[in-house]
Design a protein around this ligand. Structure first.
Ligand code: 5GP
Ligand code: ZN
Length: 122
């Protein structure tokens, strides 16, 4: 396992946790305190503190991580969603191991689509 950090919650989770999905070097878990109907966290195994240190990844690792975000979102049924990462304490970062939030709301998206369909049928 590449560069783990002693005492880091997300290093422990990527090593021992229960995943929604996993690929080489990256895992997806459910957020313990969801802020949307679907709220996943995409976490690279390698410990870097935040997006600020993104240059520590190779281009192929970044491609794999970003594709994994899109594939996982698709696999859990999301078409419309947010991908975001908080960088630094005052920006809302509370866990200092890089992670991407994937936030989506399948039902309200469906309701929105149905509402649009209903309007277009008038
Ligand atoms: P941040 O605030 O750093 O951008 O995001 C950290 C996220 O990790 C928060 O949304 C928080 O709910 C989530 N979180 C904190 N502790 C745990 C945990 O033990 N398990 C899981 N699955 N999520 C956690
Ligand atoms: Zn870590």
């Amino acid at each position: 396992m590449p560069s783990q950090r002693e005492g880091c919650l997300f290093c422990d989770i990527v090593r021992d946790g229960t995943y929604v999905a996993k690929t080489k070097g990256v895992v997806a878990i459910k957020d313990i305190n969801p802020k949307a109907q679907t709220h996943l966290l995409i976490i690279p195994e390698r410990h870097i503190e935040s997006f600020r240190e993104i240059g520590e990844f190779h281009a192929w690792e970044l491609k794999r991580m970003l594709e994994f975000i899109a594939e996982t979102a698709r696999d859990v049924g999301l078409t419309d969603y947010q991908v975001l990462t908080n960088v630094g304490r005052s920006a809302g970062q509370t866990i200092f191991h890089l992670h991407w939030h994937v936030l989506g709301d399948v039902e309200s998206h469906l309701e929105h689509s149905l509402a649009l369909t209903a309007v277009s049928e008038l």
